[in-house]
Design a protein around this ligand. Structure first.
Ligand SMILES: [Cu+2]
Length: 495
């Protein structure tokens, strides 16, 4: 099945990709993908109230770890007002429950699979032991499935069961992470159906900062979807229009279409997560100031005021939105300046009026070590390119049993990413800093420690990767989920 899908890109598909990826400046545009158009009339924008996902509660707290259980279930929810949408959700909600972890405190999450398909859960941005990293073939089988006899479980230690304990040591600083399905060949459709949620890590240093908190600290997972006439999700058939990437024509925030949120005329912290399969966003507030305070995997050294925030699939941005001084009733739309038609906006804030605000943005947010090129013990190139009828890395399709390189634990390497189209490149476990983008230095969106970088058509991005954490088999891949599902992934072994 997967081989058939991987061989199917047509000339028409390639032309469509080129049209989307090739106009204007290379960083412009929503990325590599084709629009999936909804069959139902699009709902009016800015009507639905912004929902906040439930916060996961531990089922058991031991001396050494907090234990959680979450069940992947099929259910029906209302996304487009007046219709029902069948989803696959962690605990039957979309996005899934928000996990709140603490740096240095182990979290054990038992994931039970009551869906009709196998799953694998990846904590994106997590510094996680390999056996808990959500390797695409480390499957959790559907609960109705009868496993083969024990000697069929394989000698490789990749055991299959209907539930799995993921162990997250969280030996990493405060950051906005997220989790999502990572099943081999089916990540795109399974995330589209709802298997994703947010995962916030905090630490004592972050808590000591006077940043906005509690109901002024908003996790916002942004993604796009399309809908059938009956309200169900519309996703392209395998081998069809999804090949360059699937764009929806409805923008969801926390699962609601173009929602609105009432805010006081004060500062808010927005945890922006691009959970889309393929769509990039350039986010801009119509009024009020935006200040970037955090990257994918932690706080920046210092706050950086910004006009807008570019987010490729998988990337996060931690920003402060300042509505101070805006009159009651002011509407502030969060625009997407590279989105066409209904995708040109994401959500709307409506100012209720003044309120007390004891938050501020400190001049220093933390100590962030800056990696230098001289630290790199070796250089490697990873070429993200379409060839032989599929998306692949270094001209080879993904092989779960293979490995492209073997960096040593504790070292830093220079990795050079090159590309033909838009490819958001994600490295598991090992975090990195962007050294250069083409002939230029890093851009604002490249600042700080990262796990995902937006690589644009015919661009070379150099990053310094530090292999801190654990030995074992990990992967890097394109986070355009349709590219990922077609073989644009590779393993590396940390020795
Ligand atoms: Cu890609």
């Amino acid at each position: 099945m997967s081989l058939t899908r991987r061989g199917l890109l047509t000339v028409t598909g390639a032309t469509g990709m080129a049209m989307i990826a090739g106009c204007g400046r290379p960083e412009d545009g929503p990325g590599t993908g084709e629009l999936v158009t909804s069959e139902l009339p699009l709902p009016p924008r800015f009507q639905v109230e912004l929902p906040l996902p439930p916060v996961a509660r531990p089922t058991r707290v031991s001396a050494t770890a907090d234990h959680y259980t979450v069940t992947q279930r099929a259910t029906e929810i209302e996304i487009i007002p007046g219709t029902r949408t069948g989803i696959w959700g962690f605990d039957g909600v979309f996005p899934g429950p928000t996990f709140r972890g603490r740096s240095g405190r182990e979290m054990v999450v038992t994931v039970r699979n009551e869906l009709p398909v196998p799953t694998s859960t990846h904590l994106h941005g997590g510094v996680t032991p390999a056996e808990s990293d959500g390797f695409p073939t480390d499957l959790i089988l559907p609960a109705g499935y009868s496993p083969p006899p024990p000697d069929h479980h394989g000698a490789g230690g990749r055991h299959h069961d209907t539930s799995r304990d993921y162990r997250y040591p969280l030996n990493q600083p405060a950051a906005t992470l997220w989790y999502h399905d990572h099943r081999m060949d089916f990540t795109g459709p399974q995330v589209w159906r709802g298997l994703a949620g947010m995962f916030l890590v905090t630490d004592a240093h972050e808590e000591s900062l006077p940043l906005p908190r509690d109901d002024r600290d908003l996790p916002l997972m942004i993604c796009d979807r399309a809908f059938e006439a009956d309200g169900s999700f519309r996703y392209p058939a395998h081998g069809g229009a999804a090949m360059p990437g699937a764009f929806g024509d409805v923008i969801l925030v926390n699962g609601a279409p173009w929602p609105r949120a009432e805010v006081a005329a004060v500062r808010y912290r927005l945890r922006l997560v691009n959970g889309s399969n393929a769509r990039r966003y350039r986010l801009r507030l119509e009024r009020g100031a935006l200040t970037r305070i955090g990257s994918d995997t932690g706080l920046l050294a210092a706050p950086a005021p910004c006009e807008d925030v570019l987010l490729a699939p998988g990337e996060r941005a931690d920003v402060i939105a300042d509505f101070t001084g805006l009159a009651a009733g002011t509407e502030v739309t969060l625009r997407n300046t590279i989105g066409a038609g209904p995708a040109d906006a994401v959500m709307r804030f409506v100012v209720t009026g003044p309120a007390a605000d004891d938050s501020r943005i400190p001049e220093r947010l933390g100590d962030v070590e800056v990696l230098h090129r001289g630290l790199a013990v070796t250089e490697r190139q990873f070429d993200f390119r379409f060839g032989a009828g599929r998306w692949q890395i270094n001209n080879v399709p993904y092989d779960p049993a293979g490995s492209l390189c073997a960096p040593r634990l504790g070292t830093v390497e220079l990795w050079r990413f090159t590309s033909d189209f838009h490819h958001p490149v994600h490295v598991h476990m090992a975090h990195f800093q962007v050294l250069s983008r083409g002939a230029r230095g890093p851009e604002p969106a490249d600042a700080g420690w990262k796990d995902t970088v937006d690589v644009r058509p015919y661009e070379t991005v150099q990053v310094l990767v530090r292999f801190a954490g654990y030995r074992g088999r990990y992967m890097l891949h394109c986070h355009n989920l349709e590219h990922e599902d077609m073989a644009m992934m590779a393993n590396f072994d940390v020795l």
